[in-house]
Design a protein around this ligand. Sequence first.
Ligand code: MD3
Ligand code: FE
Length: 203
Amino acid sequence: TPYEIAPGAWALPGIASTHADALWAGIHKVIQSHPLRHLVTPGGSRMSVAMSNCGDLGWVSDEAGYRYQGTDPLTQTPWPAMPEGFREMAISAAEQAGYPAFEPDACLINRYAPGARMTLHQDKNERDYSAPIVSVSLGLPAVFELGGLERGDKVQRLSLQHGDVLVWGGPARLRFHGVRAVDPGQHLLTGAHRFNLTFRKAA
Ligand code: MD3
Ligand code: FE
C-alpha cells in the first residue's frame, strides 16, 4: 500500500521483497564484470559507499566532477545492460506512485558496509528533472534523511527496510537527501551490507 511521504514522494513498503532473489542475482552478475568500487569526489575524498552501474549510462565521480557516462572508468568497457527484472520493477513502482511511462536508462548500485553513509545532497546530474527517481533498498536497514529544496531546511528521518521502494518525483525530485551511517548487522540475503538500487532517466 503506497503512501505519500512528502508531496511527490511515495513509499512502497516491502514491494521488492518478493523480487529480492532475482534482484540479488542481477546485482551479482553486474558486479562480476563491473566491480563495486569506492569513487573519489571532485574534492578528493574517497566515498564510503562502494558503487557500480548497469544500463546505458552509469553515474561516476572523480577529480573532474560528477557525471553519467556509457563506459566504466575502471574496466573501460560499456556498463552491462540493465537486467529485465530491474527495469520491470522500477517501471512498475513508478506507475504505482503515479508516474506512468518511466523509462530508466541508468541504474546505480550502492553498497553500504557498516559505517558507510551518504551526506546530504541533491541529485542534479540528470538532464531532465521531470522524470522520477526510483530507489530500492535491500539487506540491512538504514535511516534515510529527507530535507527540503535548500540545504538548511529541516530534515525528516525515515527508516528503510529490506524490500522498501521509494519513488521521488515532481516537487520532491530536487529535495536534499542522505543516508545515515549503517549499523553493523547480518542479513540473510546480503550479509553484512545494505544495497540500494537507484533507477534514473539520466539522458
Ligand atoms: C530524495 N542514494 O545514490 S536513494 C544516491 O540509499 C542516493 O543509496 C541513496 O541518494 C541510497 O544519489 C538514497 C533515494 C533517493 C534518490 C533520489 C532522491 C532519494 C531522493 C531525490 C530527491 C529526494
Ligand atoms: Fe541521491
